[in-house]
Design a protein around this ligand. Structure first.
Ligand code: AMP
Length: 436
């Protein structure tokens, strides 16, 4: 199967071939003809499968086939859970649509609304947005969504996790009844199925596993180490192996900052990316990292969600995530598009239970490797896990959302860091661990 077989226009094929893609990924091969045919779509696919082009290419084609007279109003709306993902989708729209006369705008919070308002007033065909800021624009009359023909909900499961369900519903009310709906989700919880049944009309379903599932192209290792020596071991690993591009996950924003500072002091260029950083700082950190100017990017889960960094060779879990599924998301940042990747988790005695949860989810044990000189001190015992201290309850998909939240936390959810933000600010043992 080639892109030529999918019924795409010459302009799109040209843009795709400039990207160097030789053949469509499975999600693209399945989704593109379905979307072109006008059907609603429920797609089980996560980042890394090529899903963005799977909806962007046919969306661009459909929009470009119809010429509209007068001022442009949005005809396609893509909602994403995070600013980073919105920016990445917008970049894909620009790249694939470079030979088409369509205008797009990306809308998210954390930046001044002025330029967004100007772009909206000048007229756009495609809006890529996170829910909170889009609703602000709707309420202020800056955007009219009543002529949207294609509505895409990207990473719908993340949207629910982050409490965006009410925002989605409010946005849905702004859309015309007659439209095409595409929904992407990596998981199918009951809430996702409920959302899908309210949104989609007789949808075609497409499901693909990650093209490069962790098991195939990511080598995973556990390095037992005392928590006080994690920073030291990390800088040793990076230096001794001469790693040039490493994404490191910490559990807290505070921990991410501390670790980035430590690595800088050790002579390794490092930056942190998390929800407390301004959008400009996050974008800059990501750009420098992608360009190879920063060697280590330390990130919290939310900030890293959906990050698309080509061929990332190394991911390190400085701390294990509290939710086992996040481990899979984290290591999904490496070994992409068929390239080999390596994921190393630095695990201290306190994290044994988290490791067990992950291994249960993966249905296999991960290999252990002790770094000589960093052997675990057997005298150090795990800190007792007390309720309400550090251990967060497993994520609930129905997440009460913003409606039930107080105003301040509603704002937080808007910025794309809803529940997590609250949790990561909780005092508890993970805090002190991150500071180790
Ligand atoms: P996504 O799942 O949309 O985030 O895409 C994951 C990565 O795969 C991105 O870096 C894309 O640029 C890349 N990609 C998308 N489609 C293809 C393709 N057909 N062949 C090779 N790489 C692709």
């Amino acid at each position: 199967m080639t892109f030529n077989d999918l019924g795409l226009s010459a302009e799109l094929l040209r843009a795709v071939s400039e990207q160097g893609y030789s053949e469509p990924t499975p999600i693209q091969a399945q989704a593109i003809p379905l979307v072109l045919s006008g059907r609603d779509l429920l797609a089980g696919a996560q980042t890394g499968t090529g899903k963005t082009a799977g909806f962007t290419l046919p969306m661009l084609q459909k929009l470009s086939q119809k010429s509209v007279a007068g001022k442009r109003t949005p005809r396609a709306l893509v909602l994403t859970p995070t600013r980073e993902l919105a920016a990445q989708v917008a970049e894909s729209v620009r790249r694939y649509g470079k030979y088409l006369p369509l205008k797009s705008v990306v809308i998210f919070g954390g930046v001044k609304p002025g330029p967004q308002i100007r772009q909206l007033h000048n007229g756009v065909d495609i809006v890529i947005a996170t829910p909170g800021r889009l609703l602000d624009h709707v309420q202020q009359g800056n955007v009219d969504l009543s002529r949207v023909e294609i509505f895409v909900l990207d990473e719908a499961d993340r949207m629910l996790d982050m409490g965006f369900i009410h925002d989605i519903k409010k946005i849905q009310q702004q859309l015309p009844k007659q439209r095409q709906n595409l929904m992407f989700s990596a998981t199918y919880s009951r809430d996702i199925r409920r959302l899908a049944s309210g949104l989609l009309h007789d949808p075609a379903t497409v499901e693909v596993a990650r093209e490069n599932t962790a098991a195939e192209t990511v080598s995973q290792r556990i390095m037992p180490v005392d928590k006080k020596r994690k920073s030291e071991l990390l800088s040793h690993l990076i230096g001794a192996n001469n790693w040039q591009q490493v994404l490191v996950f910490t559990r807290t924003k505070h921990g991410a900052n501390r670790l980035a500072e430590y690595l800088e002091k050790s002579g390794l260029s490092a930056d942190a990316i998390h929800g407390n950083k301004s959008q400009a700082a996050r974008t800059r950190a990501l750009r420098q990292f992608k360009a190879g100017k920063t060697r280590v990017l330390v990130a919290t889960d939310i900030a890293a969600r959906g990050l698309d960094i080509d061929q990332l060779p190394h991911v390190v879990n400085f701390e294990l995530p509290q939710v086992a599924e996040d481990y899979v998301h984290r290591i999904g940042r490496t070994g992409r598009a068929g390239h080999e990747g390596e994921a190393i988790s630095l695990v201290c005695v306190d994290e044994r239970k988290l490791l067990r949860d992950i291994e249960r989810l993966l249905q296999r044990d991960l290999p252990r490797e002790v770094m000589p000189g960093y052997e675990v001190d057997p005298c150090i015992k795990a800190e007792p896990i007390t309720k309400g201290k550090g251990h967060r309850a497993p994520r609930r998909h129905s997440a009460g959302g913003r409606a039930g939240a107080k105003k301040s936390s509603a704002r937080t959810a808007r910025s794309g860091h809803g529940q997590r933000k609250k949790n990561s600010q909780r005092p508890g043992r993970y805090r002190s661990q991150a500071a180790a």
